[in-house]
Every structure is written in C-alpha cells, then in structure tokens.
Write a protein that binds this ligand. Structure first.
Ligand code: COS
Length: 384
C-alpha cells in the first residue's frame, strides 16, 4: 500500500541521490577499512532511514511494507553493508517490540531507535542453534523482578554497535522446544554482557557480526516483550516473516546494480571488433538477469501488499526470500562472467558484490529453511 505517492517519491529521490552521491563513491574505502564513516551514518539518521518502519507516534516514518521495499530497491543499489547499518533497526531488531511489545515498552525504546540514537540487534542464533532456532539454550531464569540471563548468541549483526538487543531465551527449561522461549528487550550496556571478537567474513565489510555472551546478566522483568513468557519464538517467527520480505527487496536492489554495471561494461568493452553486448551469448545473460530481477521485484511487491492488507504472509515471505536470494546469486555470477577477467579483480567491484551477496542465501533462514517452510505450509493448508 502506498499512502501518499508524492511523499514517497520525494523520499525515493533523496535515497537515490544519497546512494549516487555519497554511498557509491565510498564503496571501495568502506571495504578496505571495514568501517562505515560516521558522517554517512549521521546522514542516514538525517534522512530518517533508521525510523522507516517505526510508527510516526514514536518518531518514525511509518512506511507500509510496500513503501519500505521500494526504499530498499533504491538504497541497495550499492554495497549491501550500507543497508546493514539501518537494517537491524528497521527490521529484525525493532519489530519484536513493535509487534508484541506493550505500549510502555514501545514508548521506552522505539523513539530512540527511530532517531538512530540507538541501534537494535536481533539475538536468536546460538553456537548450537542455527536453522533449528527452537532448540536455543540461552537461559533466562526469573528471580524476583529480574530475569538472570546466561548463554551465548552467535553471528549477531550490528552487535558491536548495538544499544539494544531483542533477545530470545529459554524461560522454562522443562519445555524443550518453541514453547519455552521468551523474547526480551535487553539494554546493551547491562552488566554481564560481553562481545566476542568481530567475525572475519567473506564479504559485506563494514557490516559487523560477533558473539554476544551473557553471564548472569540481569534483565528487568518489565523488559519481557508483551510481559508474557513462552511467546518469544512466535514473536521471532513473525519478525522473520517481515524480515524475509525486506531481505528479498535488498536482493532486488543489489541485483539491479550488478546488472547495470555488467550492461555498461558489455556496451563499452570491445572484442572481435564490436562491443561484447552485440554477442548473443552475452545478451542471453543480460536478458535472463533482467527477467529474473523483474520476477523477484514483482513477487516482493505482491508479498508486501498482502502483508499491508493484513494477510498472513509466512509462505509468500519465504518464496520471496528463496527466489530473490538465489536470483541475486545467479545475477552476481553472470555479472562476473560478462566482465571476464575484469570481473575477478577487485578494481571493478563486481567480485566484491559476488562475495557480498553470498550471505543472502544464508541469513534470516537459509534457502533450505525457506523450502521447508513453504512445503510445510502447503501440506498444512491441504489438510485444511
Ligand atoms: N508466525 C507465527 N507463529 C509461527 C510462525 C510464524 N511465521 N512460524 C511458526 N510459528 C509458531 C507455530 O505455529 C508453533 O506454534 P504452536 O506450537 O502454538 O503451534 C511454533 O511457532 C513452533 O513452530 P514450528 O513447530 O514450525 O517450529 P520448528 O522448530 O519445527 O521450525 C523453523 C521452525 C524451522 C521454521 C524455524 O526454526 C526457522 O525459521 N528457522 C530458521 C531460523 C532463522 O531464520 N535463523 C536466522 C537467524 S536470524 S538472522
């Protein structure tokens, strides 16, 4: 749903200009330094990017899902590490509070997230609980007006910068699966939280992940999301339903950029006395990429509209994440192929994108987890 086309177009224009004038020129330096310059983060705050999905009542822009994905199509036509700065705050880090938090919890945290004063991270994954998220072991044991948290979370995006974590922990040790999991809002400055060393990743330099270790960390009982135990897994799954549409939109944006670079190269590069874009085998790669990007974009917009209409979109979100992330991998591979030797050397930037986009098929649920969710939902629906 688009509420006001003119306001949205103004925002999209500002984002396009920001990407073109500030982010694209900084791509190489960010990759080299493994750091996003603070001035760019500040510019993102000023553009309102941290508050895209947060209601206006809490200082955000309150974009609908359709508006949010359209912003991602534009913002992501550059190195995906830039999106990551705002990604967890716009998405998985804040949405648990928004979806299931009490009015007091929303009031306490959302305004500072919307302004970009605080960065939110989502702490679900553990060393022994990745795809099987319901098997998580981090314990949160009630002691009076607090929960005492012990355990380790792994690969937590933006943890080194986080001001607040949405933490999934087991409040009932006797309940082994999803039913024993609760979600908490945890102030990152709480005593008893330590960060592991920053992970050395294949790509997306500038976006940081690390372990978050909780050792007798006392979290106020008032920070239990929704003040209800045992709801945390469902909260996390609803957060991921939205997150997966968001990531699919990110994939579309990055794929558009890679294809634009490949097309420009194919038009400029001459072999056998003509631009390589004239060769049909190159044209096939360009055309297949354009077609798949169009398909993914149409899927993402459709899923976003369905979510805006209040429909349950678990299946559609997984379809989008699966198709768009795999599509993005194929487009990256073709872009390297079109650039040939130049695609393999750092100077042209395509090899960086090739490494960056590999993550899309892994995080917020692997391709295989999306397949499993889609098929399970189909079987469930068929059973009525
Ligand atoms: N919305 C609301 N509730 C949901 C839901 C959703 N999308 N998906 C599941 N649930 C509920 C189920 O209805 C069930 O509740 P009941 O017990 O009341 O029926 C509960 O949650 C448990 O669900 P389920 O039985 O499907 O859990 P499983 O452990 O079998 O599997 C998968 C769940 C595999 C789908 C889940 O663990 C998953 O998504 N794994 C990947 C995790 C991931 O994406 N990690 C990335 C880290 S974040 S970057």
């Amino acid at each position: 749903m688009i509420r006001d086309p003119e306001t949205l177009e103004t925002l999209l224009d500002s984002v396009r200009r920001f990407v073109r004038e500030r982010l694209v020129p900084a791509e190489d330096e960010v990759a080299r330094a493994d750091q996003i310059p603070p001035a760019l983060v500040q510019a993102m705050r000023e553009l309102g990017l941290f508050g895209l999905s947060i209601p206006e009542a809490y200082g955000g822009l309150e974009l609908t899902m359709e508006e949010e994905v359209r912003v991602m199509f534009e913002l992501c036509q550059t190195a995906p590490a830039f999106r990551s700065v705002i990604g967890t705050t716009v998405g998985i880090g804040s949405q648990g509070i928004l979806i299931d938090g009490t009015p007091e919890q929303k009031q306490a945290w959302l305004p500072r997230l919307a302004s970009g004063e605080l960065i939110a991270s989502f702490a679900l994954t553990e060393p022994e609980a990745g795809s099987d998220a319901a098997s998580l072991r981090t314990a949160a044991i009630r002691e009076g007006e607090h929960y005492v948290v012990n355990g380790t979370k792994r690969f937590i995006t933006n943890a080194p910068q986080a001001g607040v974590f949405t933490l999934m922990a087991r409040t009932d040790a006797k309940v082994k699966g999803a039913g024993g999991v609760s979600a908490f809002i945890v102030d990152a400055k709480s005593p008893g939280i330590a960060l592991g060393k920053i992970d050395e990743k294949m790509g997306q330099k500038g976006a940081h992940t690390c372990d978050v270790i909780f050792e007798n960390c006392r979290v106020p009982a008032a920070n239990l999301i929704g003040l209800k135990e045992g709801q945390g897994f469902k909260t996390a799954m609803q957060v991921l339903d939205k997150g997966r549409i968001h990531i699919a939109a990110v994939c579309v944006g990055v794929a558009k950029r890679m294809l634009a670079d490949a097309l420009r190269y194919a038009i400029e590069r001459r072999q056998f006395d003509q631009p390589i874009a004239e060769f049909q085998l190159i044209q096939a790669m360009l055309a297949d990429s354009r077609t798949e990007i169009y398909a993914a974009e149409a899927m993402v917009v459709d899923a976003a509209r369905r979510r805006d209409a209040g429909q349950k979109v678990s299946t559609e979100a997984s379809c989008c994440k699966l198709f768009a992330s795999e599509m993005c991998g194929r487009v990256a591979d073709r872009a390297v192929q079109i650039l040939g030797g130049a695609g393999y050397v750092s100077e042209y930037g395509i090899e960086r994108f090739y490494r960056d986009v590999r993550l899309f098929r892994l995080y917020e649920g692997t391709t295989q987890i999306q397949q499993l969710i889609i098929a399970r939902n189909m079987i469930r629906e068929a059973a009525g």
